[in-house]
Design a protein around this ligand. Structure first.
Ligand SMILES: [Zn+2]
Length: 372
């Protein structure tokens, strides 16, 4: 591969190609070359919560912890954000779809070598608060946009966004066009809420003072509830999908929407102690992409560690498929595929070296080294 000084791919050629450079200009590496990883789901602004939240509490318990520990000192937060950004770069991550509720991560993103898409997340199940919540989202997204960073306004999860707020989010695509992201079917109580109007999640939100008086069971799954309310002309990144069934993957595929299914396996293990049936996702030919989620629910921000966990649970998934999910699919989900995600002439994807592969399989000792 010929790469210019600034990292632009100039040519991908076979070793015996006619216009190969002189041997003295060739650098050889032991291992596999891979484009920079794309982390399709992170929450940089929760980086200060590393190691603070107990594992395996289940999602409702996790949400309680996050809400009660969100407000740490500003200085500590900023430092944790900066260190997390550096950690991702070291781990070979080239671009990130990052969920944010504030502009806390703005300075780090402005100065980072990583390319970010900020998903400015809004939530309120109380329809009377939709305007107020949306206005705050617009304020934050404008702040990113004015600083030259890409941002869109996105719903948090089906269980935390009213139909009025979904309407507002769709309308805001005029001002902030681009990919959308939503947490999807992370826990069973999420489906329970939409099918029967009850369950652990509903109880937790009532404790937070959310008004559920206007909510009636929809007699359908969380996915059925939200999918029709997302803008249908932009990529949608559905995150977690732990409880999504095979027939739901088929139903979504038949719609022909640009839907990406993001796995955050380490976070699922951390929070719910269960990993989704990812081989089924591939069987259904879903567009799979990979995220780390935040340091509140992960011990590291590393796409390679996510792939290792997936392959150690499901050795039948080929590394080629996992790497595509971790690179080009993620770039397409974030609409960065013109520049990132593959070794194509003219792209600036970053170049990684994967070491210690065993017959095309990742092992505990597999590692990643950034070359460019
Ligand atoms: Zn998340």
């Amino acid at each position: 591969m010929a790469v210019s000084a600034n990292g632009t791919i100039q040519e991908v050629m076979l070793p015996d190609s006619e216009n190969a450079p002189e041997p003295s200009r060739i650098e050889r590496f032991e291992g596999a070359l891979c484009p920079g990883f794309i982390n399709a789901h992170c929450h940089l602004e929760l980086s200060h919560m590393k190691g603070l939240v107990p594992e395996k509490t289940g999602l409702p318990g996790f949400i309680m912890q996050i809400v009660s520990r969100r407000n740490e000192k500003a200085e500590e937060k900023m430092e944790a954000i900066r260190l997390a950004d550096e950690e991702m770069w070291r781990n070979g991550i080239q671009a990130v779809g990052d969920i944010c509720n504030t502009a806390d991560t703005l300075d780090t993103k402005k100065n980072s070598r990583i390319k970010y898409h900020s998903f400015v997340e809004v939530f309120s199940f109380d329809s009377s608060k939709a305007d107020e919540v949306l206005e705050e989202g617009i304020r934050v997204a404008s702040n990113y946009q004015q600083n030259g960073l890409m941002a869109t306004i996105v719903p948090h999860a089906p269980y935390s966004v009213s139909e009025q707020l979904f309407n507002g989010i769709r309308y805001q695509q005029k001002q902030f066009p681009g990919p959308i992201s939503i947490h999807n079917q992370e826990t069973e109580s999420e489906n329970e809420m939409f099918v029967s109007g009850s369950g652990e999640l509903v109880e937790i939100f009532k404790k937070f003072g959310e008004d559920f008086s206007n909510f009636h069971p929809q007699f359908k799954s969380a996915l059925d509830y939200h999918l029709g309310q997302l803008p249908n002309d932009q990529p949608a990144v559905l995150v977690h999908n732990t409880m999504t069934k095979a027939e739901e993957f088929e139903a979504v595929k038949s719609l022909g929407n640009d839907v990406f299914w993001c796995t955050c396996a380490h976070a699922n293990k951390y929070i719910e102690n269960r990993i989704p049936n990812i081989p089924m996702w591939f069987e259904k030919e879903a567009n799979v992409c990979v995220g780390t989620d935040s340091l509140a629910s992960n011990h590291q921000l590393s796409i390679l560690e996510e792939l290792k966990l997936i392959q150690s649970n499901y050795p039948e998934i080929l590394l080629q498929k996992l790497l595509r999910a971790a690179t080009l699919n993620g770039a397409e989900a974030l609409k960065m595929d013109k520049e990132k995600g593959s070794f194509r002439k003219g792209k600036l994807p970053g170049v990684l070296l994967l070491k210690n592969l065993n017959d095309g399989m990742l092992t505990d000792s597999s590692s990643v080294q950034r070359i460019i």
